[in-house]
Design a protein around this ligand. Sequence first.
Ligand code: PLP
Length: 384
Amino acid sequence: MDPDIPYLLLTPGPLSTTRTVRQAMLHDYSTWDVDYNAQVNELRQRLIRLATIESGVEETGHLEDYTAVLMQGSGTFAVEATIGSAVPPTGKVLVISNGKYGARLAEIVRRLQIPLVEYIQPEVSPPDLTELRAKLEADPEITHVTMVHCETTTGMLNPAAEVGRIVKETGRVYIVDAMSSFAGYPMSMETLSADYLISSANKCIEGVPGFGFIIARRDLLERTKGWARSLSFDLYDQWQEMEKNHGKFRYTSPTHVVLACLQALHELTQEGGIVARHARYTENQRTLVEGLRKIGLQTLLPDEYQSVIITSVLYPDSENFSFPNFYDRMKSKRFVLYPGKVSDADTFRVGNIGHVYPDDIRLLVKTIRETLVEMGVDLPETGA
Ligand SMILES: *Cc1c(COP(=O)(O)O)cnc(C)c1O
């Protein structure tokens, strides 16, 4: 752990960043500056590469078929811009959901007053592909399908590529919320069959919060002129401004955040790209779960559905355990955990993403054990 940080964030964004990413922000630029806008365009190019030829998978697709748009705000703003702009006035959206972020996709569609079909699954179950196909075949009015890839509510990794295949076979447009997984899992637009893929600066890219981005199929985005349901969230307009004015944002640009993101992308390359980053997260997650099980704690999800991004941990079965108390004690020992969000189980969450390494996770598990002992929680240890 960096000695200069107050604590390590084990949260899925904002997350712990490197000192060099934070230092990259020590420069004030204007939204109009040509040197700055050249960096915005460099960033867009790098994002497209990460979703295609540097995605770490074999089936990459062609760089020039895709484009990237940055959108000010948190990740949700980018999702809302995409749904509000990519769906035509006559469109109808099928939302697949098994968690709070999936439910948020549906809420966005509802607020935009776009016709909606929801396919809701329990939080610990992936969508059933046969049922999904039947729903799509039964309703020809559905034009777009959207789903969260890694459902950050639980840590579930949804079968985005399998869903994508069905969406394509039934002739719909596919919008993937890959907010918490992009750059943390090898995947390309091609392998997912994604038409729009959304993520943000402050998740697996390991930058700081301030904008989201959309990788889109260029030929589809070109057809969306005038469809946006609001001014600020007009993806097409933002794209046109970036294309025609050499990387300029419409309205004030999150300049410092862009610089931090570019630095974070350099560091991703130095690490060895997405494949190496995925390997580190995998090792973090494996170390975490092995350690927790040794001290007698259990995870929410079956291992087969568990992503390497974030893990939901069941509360220990003890009346001496209270999460706020546990959280405060852990924070004073320089670990910030994430509260649970699952509806019908008491959990807290541990994120593996950010500037976090297996040694940090080993120290974390040791600290969790000490803290629970301090609190008087009896652990059914299985041998530490
Ligand atoms: C983080 C996240 C978002 C966006 O959340 P914001 O708080 O708006 O940044 C959306 N979907 C998923 C799956 C996420 O993990």
